[in-house]
Design a binder for this molecule. Structure first.
Ligand code: NAG
Ligand code: NAG
Ligand code: NAG
Length: 491
């Protein structure tokens, strides 16, 4: 719809930024570490607190990756979570060995006609012909400024899902459970086993973080999902009988997790909605009181986080180790434990070079310039809000003037505020081009004024939290855990 100029009073855009935009902004940050002072190399903790669960040996963990990201993303798995997993297998689009682990090509049995004619297989055929040596900037990341979204590895990924579940069953025909994760999925193994043990594995189960494309409900791949042996048998048997149809379907669609969800639906295996155990967010982007299906994370046990960087992996891993060591067997590791020991100590009245992902009302010079004094929305703003864009302290005052506002961030001329609490991440320079598949910025810079320290500082981002409200937030959420039924686990 086109707005006709002058026909309506101009409105201040205090709208929530759409989630797609949030995602783009997140992807555009080149550095998403929790703390900039953390060393890149992790010291291995003296004791590994691995879960001794009777179920541990009956679960196969399947890690799905691609040649364009494997070298960068797999090593941290070998050093952390996989040290506790007794059986795992890694599927990719190229066969190779990485740090002593064999990586299987899960696409090798795809119909040759498809491989020769479907454009997505260009990368695959290229890898087959020249291996890693054949990977260059273009094949890795696509071309142009939107390279990230055009990434060939990303496009090929949808073809892996059905072959992956089939291959997993051949790999461990008698496993009770199959857990599927991606290279940037952090899995809390301890809680995964505890949760799976609550279900009867002799029945078909499909546990996931709900997502829809059209009317197909499926488990989001990056959040991780689990299938019991009978569910896997049903779906792979069905797929084997309808391979050509699924090839055609896969060619038309774009998300492999959805294609698998459709196949499971066809064989009558319904997905169980297990939010908030499985999360599509990372530690830095999670809204700690996000509400879906009438559930908020606080009192529940986390099982996965998605979009986790290497640094976040290392930090959560060592925290988890220490926590399990102290609380061995007596308590459930919950979201609130992570918040209290890990997130809260990092919240400060003011934090330099930090983007707190404040996505609520935004006050900027441009937005304020759009009104005249007679606009209703202008008169609805407090004095603090009218001046919020002028400085960090005035931005804080604007946040304080609204009872529910808990955090804010400021960059020259722009104040963003939010009622949702997120940790956010270091943001010392802007990312010019982000690769989704590589999970990092591939071109970064302070653009202009590289040597000009003052120019950089004025454009940097600062964040702050209203600390007294953080205390109230924690108190109020803790009280919600005192319900008689307790809610560590989704039934
Ligand atoms: C491969 O796909 C083509 C085109 O869909 C089909 O005609 C052919 O039968 C398939 N080949 C095999 C071995 O399934
Ligand atoms: C958390 O979210 C729930 C559901 O939206 C809401 O009722 C509650 O007030 C929120 N708690 C806090 C402390 O923000
Ligand atoms: C001041 C500032 O840069 N705030 C940012 C907080 O985070 C949101 C989402 O990432 C941005 O849109 C704001 O610009």
């Amino acid at each position: 719809m086109l707005l006709r100029k002058g026909s309506q009073p101009r409105k201040l855009r205090l709208a929530l930024v759409a989630s797609v935009f949030i995602a783009l902004v997140l992807f555009s940050r080149h550095y998403s570490a929790i703390s900039p002072t953390i060393p890149a190399r992790r010291s291995v903790p003296a004791t590994h607190a691995c879960q001794k669960s009777p179920l541990g040996d009956d679960v196969l963990v399947v890690l799905r990756t691609g040649a364009t990201e494997a070298l960068e993303k797999l090593p941290v798995h070998f050093e952390t979570i996989l040290t506790c997993v007794s059986d795992y297998v890694i599927y990719s689009d190229m066969e190779e060995d990485i740090e002593g682990n064999h990586i299987y090509d899960v696409l090798d049995q795809v119909n040759d006609t498809i491989k020769d004619t479907v454009p997505e297989f260009k990368l695959y055929n290229h890898l087959r012909a020249s291996g890693r040596r054949g990977l260059n900037y273009q094949t890795m990341l696509g071309s142009g400024p939107s390279g990230a979204l055009e990434n060939p590895g990303w496009k090929l990924d949808k073809w892996k899902f059905l072959p992956m579940v089939d291959r997993a069953l051949q790999h461990r025909p008698n496993a009770k459970w199959f857990v599927f994760v991606e290279s940037d999925t952090y899995m809390i193994w301890h809680n995964m086993l505890e949760y799976l043990s609550r279900f009867d594995a002799s029945r078909p189960h499909y546990l996931g973080k709900h997502m829809y494309i059209g009317d197909v409900l499926f488990a989001h791949g990056g959040s991780g999902f689990a299938l019991s042996n009978p569910a896997l048998r049903k779906v792979t048997g069905y797929w084997r009988e309808h391979r050509d149809q699924f090839d055609q379907y896969t060619e038309k669609e774009w998300a492999g997790d959805m294609i698998l969800g459709k196949a499971l639906k066809d064989v009558g295996v319904e997905m169980r909605w297990v939010f908030p155990h499985l999360q599509g967010d990372s530690l830095t982007t999670l809204d700690w009181n996000v509400s879906k299906l009438g559930r908020e994370p606080w009192c529940y046990a986390p099982i996965t986080f998605h979009h986790m960087t290497r640094i976040e992996f290392d930090m959560l891993w060592s925290f988890e180790q220490k926590w399990h060591h102290r609380n061995r067997g007596v308590a459930t590791f919950r979201f609130r434990d992570i918040f209290k020991s890990f997130v809260r100590p990092r919240l400060q009245p003011a934090r330099e070079d930090w983007d707190n992902i404040s996505t609520g009302p935004e006050y900027s010079v441009e937005a304020l310039a759009r009104f005249s004094d007679s606009d209703a929305e202008w008169s609805g703003l407090s004095t603090e809000e009218r001046e919020a864009h002028l400085s960090f302290d005035k931005c804080r005052a604007a946040c304080e003037s609204r009872p529910l506002c808990i955090q804010f961030s400021y960059t020259s001329g722009k104040c963003s505020t939010s009622n949702e609490l997120r940790l956010g991440h270091a943001a010392d320079s802007q990312c010019l081009e982000y690769s989704n598949a590589a999970g990092k910025c591939i071109k970064s810079g302070t653009a202009e004024g590289e040597d000009d320290v003052t120019a950089k500082r004025t454009s940097s981002v600062r964040s702050g939290w209203i600390m007294s409200r953080v205390s109230d937030y924690v108190k109020s959420l803790d009280q919600s855990c005192n319900s008689p039924e307790g809610n560590d686990w989704v039934k």
